[in-house]
Ligand binder design. Sequence first.
Ligand SMILES: Nc1ncnc2c1ncn2[C@@H]1O[C@H](COP(=O)(O)OP(=O)(O)OP(=O)(O)O)[C@@H](O)[C@H]1O
Length: 278
Amino acid sequence: MVLDLKNVSKIFGNSCPNCLTNTGANFNSSICPSCKSVVGVNSVNLNLKKGEVLGIVGESGSGKSTLLQLIYQDQKATSGEIFVKDFIGKNGDRKNILDANLNELSFLRNSLMSMIYQNPRLGLNYNFSAGGNIAQKVIMSGNKKYDEIRQKALYFLEKTEIPISRIDDYPEYFSGGQQQRIQISKALSSSPKILLLDEPTTGLDLSVQAKILDLIKELQHEIGFAMVVVSHDLGVIKHLTDITVVMKNGQIVEQGLTDQILEDPQHPYTQLLVSSIL
Ligand SMILES: Nc1ncnc2c1ncn2[C@@H]1O[C@H](COP(=O)(O)OP(=O)(O)OP(=O)(O)O)[C@@H](O)[C@H]1O
């Protein structure tokens, strides 16, 4: 198992003992009736095997992005446990990443996992060149050998079809699709075990979207990292993922093989989602 989530929840607001029990899909609400806190993610259990590609779908506000941010530790979960392969405590047992100290957090975010955001501004440093961005990630993952860093930058820029001659250009001088390619280069340059993608192609032209999706799929096949893909676009989910979970009001209401979920959804909510009524 490369990723294992146990009873993970995120409550925005003060929270009270009723937040998790009185919200969710059955209540058709994420707002706690007692204290009015918003439950972004409610008691999610999830796991991912090596090289597996998982999609997360659900209507707007169902908790998809929050769940991804809890895994990458952009936000701290309110409760639960998250285990990532090779994240081990002093006693040799796997350690809950919610208990990570600052050094461990850096190891998790720079070596074990990478995130690709919808907005490249969140994933790239605009004060660094394209090559500089990749170098930053490689250095943060612990490799400080100049030649190897440069090789990695050249390798991934070439892989993502960014002309090598533009290695010293700054992100703002690239098109939206190219910025996304640089973000992908940067994310993969540290050889993460898990790649997290939050709406990776939303906002790009359709033809650019298709190329980026093909690129991600190709790199995943070649390198073999596990992926979690959040998208409201079922086409993206169908194209990229093997298994899918469906979220509603912070909870998982259905999970299974992606083809099965899209072709023969069982939960009424998934049926609505798939028929694009939501
Ligand atoms: N910082 C925050 N403070 C308060 N509530 C928040 C915060 N972030 C998210 N939420 C709430 O948590 C719930 C889940 O939000 P989230 O962004 O994860 O949904 P989503 O499924 O990714 O939606 P979308 O597809 O629109 O991005 C929503 O009700 C949202 O309003």
